[in-house]
Design a protein around this ligand. Structure first.
Ligand code: NAD
Ligand SMILES: O=C(O)C(=O)C[C@@H](O)[C@H](O)[C@H](O)COP(=O)(O)O
Ligand code: ZN
Length: 356
C-alpha cells in the first residue's frame, strides 16, 4: 500500500476502514477485492461524475476480476427521491445482484445517500462501499452509515442506517470540483471545527484551505468515526453532528432544494451561533468569528426565509420528539451541547439570530 494513503478505522459493527489519499479510484479493484472477496459490484453514480470517473473505476474493478455494472441518474438534490430509489432497486434486481454482491456509491453525498439506501433495503440489505468525490462526501457523508431520501414534507425523512464495508476517498477527485461545491464541503468541515477542534476551524479562517485537503478530511473523519462508534443510531451524542442543520434543512426545504446542503448548513450555523450568543448561552462571543470564517470560504451567513417559515419547515426535524425539539448549541469554538426546547420556542430562537 502507498505511504501517502491514510487509513482511519471505524469501530462500528461491522467495522470498516476509511482510506484517504491520491490515486485510490484507479486502485479500487484490488482494494475492494481484498475487502469484499469475489462478488459483483453495481456502481451507482450521477451524470456529472460518470464522465469524469466511471471508466477508471470500472476498468480497475474489471482488471481485478470483479464483474461490474453501472447505473447513472441525474445529478443534484432533486434526484434524492423515492422515484430514483425505485429505479435503482429495479436496476439491481434486473442485474440479478445477490446477497453476496455489493453496491458502490461513486459521487457526492446525494449518490452516497441514494446508493446506500438502495443497498440497505435491496434483498433486505446487501453490502455497500462509498467512493466519495466531493469534499462534503469525503469529510462527512461517506462515513457513519446514514442514508436518506427527501419527502415532500422535508429533508432526509426516509432512510436506513447502513455502515459501508469500506470507504475509498481519492483526493485527486477534489481537483475537478467547482469552487461553490468545494465550499459545501468546507461548511461541514467548519461545522466539525466548531463541534470539537478550534485548530481545525482556524485552518479555514483565512479563506484558503492552508492544510492539505487530506489532513482536513482525516481530522473530520477521525472525529466523526469516534462519535458514530459511541452512538451509531443517533440516540444521544450523534445529534451533535446536526449542528446548524435544524435551520439548514429548513432553508433547503424553503428553497425547494435549489440551495445546496453545504450552503444551507452554513447559513444555519451562523444563525444558531448568533441566537446562542444573543441568549447568553455561549461562553464567549463567537458569532462574528463564525460568520467571518464562513464568508471567507464563499458561504452564506443568513437567509431570506423568515423565522416563521423556517420554524414551520423545521417541524419535520428528526430531533423533534412530540412537543419538544433538541437543538445543537455552540458554547465556544470547539464545544457544543444539546438543548431540549418546547417546539413553540423554536421560532423565537431562530428570530434571535436571524438578522445578520
Ligand atoms: N449521510 C450523511 O451522513 C450525510 C452527511 C452530509 C450530507 N449528506 C447529504 O449529502 C448531500 C450533499 O452532498 P454533496 O455536497 O456532495 O452534493 P452532490 O452529491 O449533489 O454533489 C454536488 C455536485 O457535484 C458534482 N460532483 C461530484 N463530484 C464531483 C467532482 N469530483 N468533480 C466535479 N463535480 C462533482 C455532482 O455531480 C453534483 O452535481 C445532501 O443530500 C446531504 O443531505 C449526507
Ligand atoms: O452523520 C450525521 O449524523 C449527521 O448528522 C451529518 C450531517 O452533516 C448530515 O447532513 C446528515 O445527513 C443529517 O442527518 P439527519 O438525520 O438530520 O437527516
Ligand atoms: Zn450535513
Amino acid at each position: 500500500m502507498s505511504e501517502s494513503i491514510q487509513t482511519i478505522p471505524v469501530g462500528t459493527s461491522p467495522a470498516y476502514a476509511v482510506s484517504i489519499g491520491p490515486g485510490l479510484l484507479s486502485q479500487c479493484g484490488q482494494r475492494l477485492w481484498e475487502v469484499l472477496g469475489r462478488c459483483r459490484i453495481a456502481v451507482i453514480t450521477d451524470d456529472t461524475v460518470a464522465p469524469l470517473y466511471l471508466d477508471a473505476v470500472s476498468e480497475s474493478l474489471r482488471s481485478a476480476g470483479v464483474s461490474v455494472s453501472s447505473y447513472i441518474f441525474p445529478a443534484g438534490e432533486c434526484s434524492k427521491t423515492l422515484a430514483t430509489l425505485s429505479d435503482i432497486l429495479e436496476f439491481l434486481a434486473g442485474e440479478h445482484l445477490t446477497r453476496t454482491d455489493c453496491v458502490a456509491a461513486l459521487g457526492g453525498g446525494v449518490v452516497g445517500d441514494m446508493a446506500g439506501f438502495a443497498a440497505g433495503v435491496y434483498l433486505r440489505g446487501i453490502r455497500c462501499v462509498q467512493l466519495p468525490t466531493t469534499l462534503l462526501s469525503a469529510v462527512d457523508s461517506s462515513v457513519g452509515g446514514k442514508t436518506a431520501i427527501d419527502l415532500r414534507a422535508g429533508k432526509n425523512l426516509a432512510g436506513v442506517f447502513l455502515q459501508p464495508a469500506a470507504v475509498l476517498c481519492d483526493t485527486d477527485c477534489l481537483r475537478t470540483l467547482p469552487p461553490a461545491i468545494f465550499a459545501d464541503g468546507a461548511a461541514e468541515a467548519i461545522k466539525t471545527g466548531i463541534l470539537c477542534d478550534e485548530s481545525l476551524f482556524s485552518l479555514f479562517e483565512d479563506g484558503t484551505l492552508t492544510a492539505a485537503p487530506a489532513e482536513v478530511i482525516a481530522r473530520c473523519v477521525g472525529y466523526k468515526a469516534g462519535v458514530v462508534e459511541r452512538d451509531e443510531k443517533e440516540q444521544g451524542e450523534r445529534r451533535l453532528l446536526n449542528l446548524g442543520h435544524t435551520v439548514g434543512h429548513a432553508i433547503e426545504k424553503c428553497s425547494g432544494y435549489r440551495l445546496s446542503h453545504g450552503h444551507a448548513v452554513a447559513a444555519g450555523l451562523s444563525i444558531i451561533a448568533r441566537s446562542a450568543e444573543a441568549l447568553g448561552w455561549t461562553e464567549e462571543p463567537i458569532a462574528a468569528r463564525i460568520a467571518a470564517c464562513l464568508a471567507k470560504n464563499g458561504l452564506p451567513t443568513g437567509t431570506e426565509y423568515p423565522p416563521e417559515a423556517l420554524a414551520e419547515a423545521a417541524l419535520a426535524d428528526k430531533k423533534r420528539s412530540g412537543d419538544s425539539i433538541t437543538v445543537v448549541i455552540p458554547r465556544r469554538i470547539g464545544a457544543c451541547e444539546l438543548k431540549k426546547l418546547p417546539v413553540r420556542e423554536l421560532q423565537a430562537l431562530i428570530a434571535a439570530g436571524w438578522g445578520g
